[in-house]
Design a protein around this ligand. Structure first.
Ligand code: T46
Length: 131
C-alpha cells in the first residue's frame, strides 16, 4: 500500500506517502484544482511517463484505456491512489469543482512524450503493445 492514512477522531485525518514505497524515483509533482463542470481533462497518453495519482479532496472519475480496453476508477480522498503506466490513455473529470488531484511522476515535463490524438494513440499502442 503506497498511501497510509491515519485517522484521529479528535483532530481529523492525515495521509502519508513514503517515497521508498513508490516503484519509481519521483522527479516531479503537480496538482489540479478548479475542475470545470462539463469538461474532461487528460484525453491523451504518455509514451514513457509513469505517474501515481491521488485525490486529496472531492471525487474524481478516471477512464483508463489500454488500447481500446477501458477501465473506470472513481477516487476520493479516502482511497489509495492509482499507478498509471506508460501507454495508458486517460480521461478524467469531477462533478465537484473543488476536487483536488495530486500527481507524482518519474520524469520532468516533456510535451514530446504526449500522444494527444486518439487515432494516433491506437496506432502507436498496437505497434508497441500488440505486435
Ligand atoms: C494525467 C493527469 C492526471 C506543464 O507545463 N507542466 C506540467 O508538469 C504539466 C503536467 C502540464 N504542463 C502544461 C502542459 C499543458 O499546456 O499544462 C497544460 C495542461 O497539461 P496537461 O494537458 O498535461 O493536463 P491534464 O490535466 O489534462 O493531464 C495531466 C497529466 O498530463 C496527465 O498525464 O494523468 O494530469
Amino acid at each position: 500500500m503506497i498511501v497510509k492514512r491515519i485517522s484521529d477522531e479528535s483532530f481529523g485525518d492525515l495521509g502519508v506517502i513514503e517515497f521508498a514505497n513508490l516503484s519509481f524515483v519521483c522527479q516531479r509533482a503537480y496538482w489540479i484544482t478548479n475542475f470545470v463542470q462539463g469538461n474532461s481533462r487528460g484525453n491523451h497518453a504518455h509514451k514513457t511517463l509513469t505517474q501515481f495519482v491521488i485525490v486529496l479532496s472531492g471525487s474524481v472519475t478516471f477512464e483508463l484505456f489500454r488500447g481500446k480496453a477501458r477501465e473506470v476508477v472513481v477516487l476520493t480522498a479516502n482511497d489509495g491512489g492509482i499507478l498509471i503506466h506508460p501507454g495508458t490513455w486517460r480521461k478524467f473529470y469531477s462533478h465537484i469543482s473543488s476536487s483536488v488531484v495530486m500527481v507524482l511522476c518519474n520524469q520532468e515535463y516533456r510535451e514530446e512524450d504526449y500522444i494527444r490524438k486518439w487515432d494516433e494513440y491506437q496506432d502507436w499502442f498496437s505497434i508497441n503493445y500488440e505486435s
